[in-house]
Ligand binder design. Structure first.
Ligand SMILES: CC(C)(COP(=O)(O)OP(=O)(O)OC[C@H]1O[C@@H](n2cnc3c(N)ncnc32)[C@H](O)[C@@H]1OP(=O)(O)O)[C@@H](O)C(=O)NCCC(=O)NCCS
Length: 177
């Protein structure tokens, strides 16, 4: 299902045929460094991760991480969308692009359209985004699409004293944005 279109991209829901793309994305060194190791080493596990991850989230909340594909030739180049996590009160924006599709402004195009979709289509008053402390590409992108740094926090339930995460937010209520 197509959710959003931008000048160069289409954002659509995941399906299990995206297993090879998803496995490539999560095994990218930048994903491992800034998001975490997923240990997805075969297509069956990748299909299960898609079913239990974005597809389950879409069924439960009506939003999830979407596949961003080039309108020109349908190549899947990254993911961008909304996530509801137990650890956060607010819905958060997430994104990741395959290395060869970074530095083209695709992530910014997708993040900007998804932020507008969060307000206009999902009716949210505010969304947040989390990054690791040194994820400069992600921080720069968030600032470009209108997020403001809010606070440092711990995302480690077992070691809450370890500050490992920056929280950004984007408010939609009139007069604040
Ligand atoms: C975070 C991430 C998605 C950012 O991707 P990106 O491609 O660098 O981000 P953008 O879309 O903003 O593109 C940035 C560059 O493209 C350039 N660019 C080239 N063509 C462009 C165009 N047509 N329009 C806009 N920008 C363009 C910009 O100048 C910009 O360079 P700058 O930052 O030096 O100014 C990417 O680094 C990534 O996937 N990282 C791994 C996963 C990750 O960390 N995810 C976030 C977890 S919090």
């Amino acid at each position: 299902m197509i959710i959003l279109e931008t000048p160069r991209l289409r954002l659509r829901t995941f399906n299990t045929d995206d297993a090879a793309f998803f496995m490539a994305l999560v095994n990218d060194p930048a994903w491992e460094r800034f998001i975490g190791k997923r240990n997805l080493t075969n297509l069956d596990d990748s299909r299960t991760a898609i079913l239990n991850g974005p597809m389950a989230m879409y069924a439960r909340y009506g939003f999830c991480l979407y596949v961003a594909e080039l309108k020109s030739d349908d190549t899947a180049v990254g993911i961008c969308g909304l996530i509801k996590r137990e650890q956060l009160i607010d819905v958060d924006l997430g994104f990741a692009f395959l290395e060869r599709y970074r530095g083209h402004g695709y992530a910014r195009e997708a993040a900007s359209a998804t932020t507008e979709y969060a307000e206009k289509t999902q009716g949210l008053k505010r969304i947040v985004a989390i990054t690791s402390l040194d994820n400069e590409s992600s921080i720069s992108l968030l600032e470009k699409v209108g997020f403001k740094f809010e606070k440092l926090m711990s995302f480690n339930a077992e070691a809450p004293e370890i500050i490992d995460t920056k929280l950004f937010s984007c408010e939609f209520e009139e007069g604040i944005k």
